[in-house]
Design a protein around this ligand. Structure first.
Ligand SMILES: [Ca+2]
Ligand SMILES: [Ca+2]
Ligand SMILES: [Ca+2]
Length: 264
C-alpha cells in the first residue's frame, strides 16, 4: 500500500489535472478538428455539440489588453492545395451568445499544450500598450508558449488571416477592423482563399459587455461577468480554386491527348 503522504500527492496531482481540464482547459483542438481537405474537390464538415466558454471571450480579444485564450475555443483544419474555404458558426441560442471567429495560419503545440504560463506573460509584458490580460489577439498575429518553451522563439505563432463577427458595434464594441455582418441573428460566416497549410480558428462570444463591468477578477473577466458556456454548430466548406480546377482539367485533357497519340 502507498504511504498516506504519497496518496495525498497523487490525489493533489489528479485534482490539479482534473481542475485544469475543466475550468482552464489549455489550448487544444480536441473534438474540434475539421479535418484535412485536398482542395481539389467539394468537401465539407460540420461539428456539433461544442460550446464556447462565455458570450464575450472573442470580443475581449479585440481590445488593447488582448483576451485570455481560456475564454475562446480553437478549431483546426488542413488544406493540401489552395482552395476557397467558408467557415460558419451558429449559436444555438442567439439571445445568450452571438458568435465570432478569427482565422490564423499555424497550429498550437500538441503536447505539452500552450497556455498563458509565466514565460508567455513575460513576453506579453514586452509588448507596447496596456498590460495584457492574456495572449489572445482577435485582430492580429499573436504568440503563446507551453511548459517546454525556453525562449520566445519556441512559442506557437498564430498568423492572422481575418475575422468575422455576428452583429454590429452594439454587441462587439467600436474597435476598428472587426468584420461584423450587421445582423445579430446568431450566425456568422466568412469566406477566404487560402494556400495549402494548417490553420487555427479561434471562436468565441461577440458580446463585449458580457465580460462584466465591476472590479477585475480572473482571466479578463470582471465582477458580473457572464460565465455560461454556450453551444454552437460549426461548419467548413472547401471549394476548389478555379485555377486549380482548370489546371487539373488541362492535365486530364493532356493525358487524354497523349493516350490518343500513342494509340494513333
Ligand atoms: Ca481585453
Ligand atoms: Ca449574423
Ligand atoms: Ca477583459
Amino acid at each position: 500500500m502507498l504511504p498516506i503522504s504519497s496518496l495525498r500527492s497523487l490525489l493533489t496531482a489528479l485534482c490539479l489535472l482534473a481542475c485544469s481540464g475543466s475550468a482552464f482547459a489549455h489550448l487544444s483542438y480536441s473534438g474540434r478538428n475539421f479535418g484535412t481537405f485536398t482542395g481539389l474537390e467539394l468537401q465539407s464538415n460540420t461539428i456539433a455539440g461544442q460550446t464556447v466558454p462565455t458570450n464575450w471571450g472573442w470580443a475581449d480579444g479585440t481590445d488593447g489588453d488582448f483576451g485570455h485564450s481560456h475564454r475562446v475555443r480553437f478549431f483546426r483544419f488542413t488544406l493540401e492545395n489552395t482552395a476557397t474555404v467558408t467557415l460558419t458558426f451558429t449559436s444555438l441560442d442567439p439571445t445568450a451568445m452571438l458568435p465570432a471567429f478569427s482565422l490564423y495560419s499555424g497550429l498550437a503545440h500538441s503536447s505539452p499544450p500552450d497556455y498563458e504560463n509565466a514565460i508567455t506573460y513575460q513576453y506579453l509584458s514586452t509588448l507596447p500598450g496596456a498590460a495584457k490580460e492574456g495572449a489572445f489577439n482577435a485582430l492580429a498575429t499573436w504568440k503563446m508558449g507551453n511548459d517546454a518553451s525556453q525562449t520566445y522563439d519556441d512559442f506557437s505563432t498564430f498568423s492572422y488571416v481575418g475575422n468575422g463577427a455576428d452583429g454590429g458595434s452594439g454587441n462587439y464594441g467600436n474597435t476598428a477592423g472587426i468584420n461584423g455582418d450587421g445582423v445579430a441573428d446568431g450566425t456568422v460566416t466568412g469566406t477566404f482563399v487560402l494556400p495549402a497549410g494548417s490553420y487555427t480558428v479561434g471562436v468565441g462570444g461577440a458580446n463585449y459587455s458580457g465580460q462584466g463591468a465591476g472590479a477585475p477578477t480572473t482571466e479578463g473577466a470582471n465582477e458580473g461577468a457572464d460565465g455560461t458556456a454556450d453551444a454552437l454548430t460549426s461548419s467548413i466548406a472547401v471549394v476548389p480554386e478555379p485555377t486549380a480546377t482548370l489546371l487539373g482539367l488541362s492535365g486530364v485533357i493532356l493525358m487524354a491527348l497523349r493516350r490518343r497519340r500513342r494509340r494513333a
